[in-house]
Design a protein around this ligand. Structure first.
Ligand code: GLN
Length: 451
């Protein structure tokens, strides 16, 4: 059924880079056999899932949306996809993304242009736009995303689905192609908070193959959701981040988010105004730290070990140069240049070191906030989805769509985007909720209560 739907919708949506019917059918048949034999079924048995195409699945192309890796077939498996296989999920394909997950609209993909299922003239958000569109369009039930500065939450908001970025270190990144290693985190897109909770448990947990992995007990998040909805928000302390309601916020987004907050209050939540004064420095801080780490991580694409190589080059140096010139797209090159510049000897203190200090101040704002409240709320993005092509010539305008999601990555906190209405053009609006480190239990409870 899902493969038929994919065949039907893909000519319009282009959510997938690769569709894998053989793998899906073999996995589904294995589940059928388990059912016939009366074997106990794992938690995600038979659930059709999409995998963002920056996660390595052994033997399956992993393009990262880049010409650099267009023909790359990884010889190893990401921890997250290995866990999903073990949980019985059925992989229907690899989803489209901005090249190396750099972007906010999926328009930086060198492979395909993904459309927003609510209106195909609009972008699905990014960088995990393929996963968001696939879940929103019903091409799969759950999909993985990676979130470095908002790439799960922002596209979830644009496509009207649930998107969860867990605490930094809760889900192993082994086998995720690195973008900015101190920020990257894997999480789910789902139709409901409960689905996201079930999925999170399936993929979370300590992994010695990821040195940032946290060794902690993983709770049964779904079992902790309060089924009695009259009780789920009672007494929960919810902080509204003052600074997110300023300049640049679309008035329809503001109205929907305020309505959502009033609804939470009517369900018994205690609402507080919380100021995070350094929140607004998140964006410039991110655009120093993320490109710095990216410039180092992307040094490995030199045409020697794997990926694209310019075969016509006359010597080693020109092979490096031509390979990187032809293999990378404009946005990736921009990040490499910014990163290399701010890390260079003369500018390190002025930019990189300064950015790290501001990052600490942002963390302190959040720490202070969580002394007072259980969760923070704000819009996920300042606007709803925009028309394809409308921001491609305006990188700064594009960067602004992550204004409200980026501080959460800088602080390593969990954040979720849940649908909270539509604008007058019929495009979905997202509400972001943020909790303290490793408090996904509280975050999911509040999100579930609201939903
Ligand atoms: N849009 C942001 C960027 O371009 C965030 C991307 C992400 O979270 N992967 O860097």
């Amino acid at each position: 059924e899902f493969l038929d739907r994919i065949a039907h919708l893909e000519p319009k949506l282009h959510s997938f880079v690769t569709v894998t019917p053989e793998v899906a059918i073999a996995q589904a048949q294995a589940i059928d056999a388990a059912i016939a034999a009366g074997d106990p079924l794992p938690i995600l048995a038979g659930v059709p899932i999409g995998i963002k195409d920056n996660m390595c699945v052994k033997g399956m192309p992993t393009t990262c949306g880049s010409n650099m890796l267009k023909n790359f077939v990884p010889p190893y498996e990401a921890t997250v996809t290995a866990k999903l296989r073990a949980a019985g999920a059925v992989m229907v394909g690899k989803t489209n993304l901005d090249e190396f997950a750099m972007g906010s609209s999926t328009e930086n993909s060198a492979i395909a242009l993904t459309a927003n299922p609510w209106n195909t003239a609009y972008v699905p958000g990014g960088s995990s736009g393929g996963s968001a569109a696939a879940v929103s369009g019903g091409e799969c039930v759950i999909a993985t995303g990676s979130d470095t500065g908002g790439s799960i939450r922002q596209p979830a908001s644009y496509c009207g689905v649930v998107g969860l970025k867990p605490t930094y270190g809760l889900v192993s990144r082994f086998g995720l192609v690195a973008f900015a290693s101190s920020l990257d985190q894997i999480g789910p897109f789902a139709n409901t908070v409960e689905d996201a909770a079930i999925f999170l448990r399936a993929i979370a947990g300590y992994d010695p193959k990821d040195s940032t992995s946290i060794n902690t007990e993983i709770p049964d998040y779904a079992a902790l959701l309060t089924p009695d909805l009259t009780q789920s928000l009672k007494g929960k302390k919810v902080g509204v981040i003052t600074e997110t309601f300023g300049e640049g916020l679309d008035s329809e987004v503001e109205a929907s988010v305020r309505k959502a907050i009033a609804h939470m209050e009517s369900m018994g939540a205690e609402i507080y105004e919380i100021s995070c004064p350094r929140f607004r420095y998140g964006l410039p801080t991110y655009y120093i730290i993320a490109p710095s780490e990216a410039s180092a991580n992307l040094a490995r694409y030199d045409g020697v070990k794997y990926g694209f190589r310019d075969e016509s080059a006359e010597n080693l140096l020109s092979m490096y140069e031509n390979t990187r010139e032809q293999g990378f797209g404009a946005e990736v090159k921009r990040r490499i240049m910014i990163g290399t510049y701010v890390l260079s000897a003369g500018y390190y203190d002025a930019y990189y070191l300064k950015a790290q200090k501001v990052r600490t101040l942002i963390v302190q704002d959040f720490q202070k906030a969580f002394e007072q409240v259980d969760v923070l709320v704000c819009p996920t993005a300042p606007t709803t989805a925009f028309k394809a092509g409308s921001k491609t010539e305006d990188p700064l305008g594009m960067y602004l769509s992550d204004l409200m999601t980026i501080p959460v990555n800088l602080a390593g906190l969990p954040g979720i985007s849940i649908p909270c209405g539509f604008d007058s053009k019929g495009m979905p609006i997202g509400l972001q909720m943020i909790s303290n480190v490793l408090r996904e239990d509280v975050l999911l409870q509040v999100a579930y209560g609201y939903e």
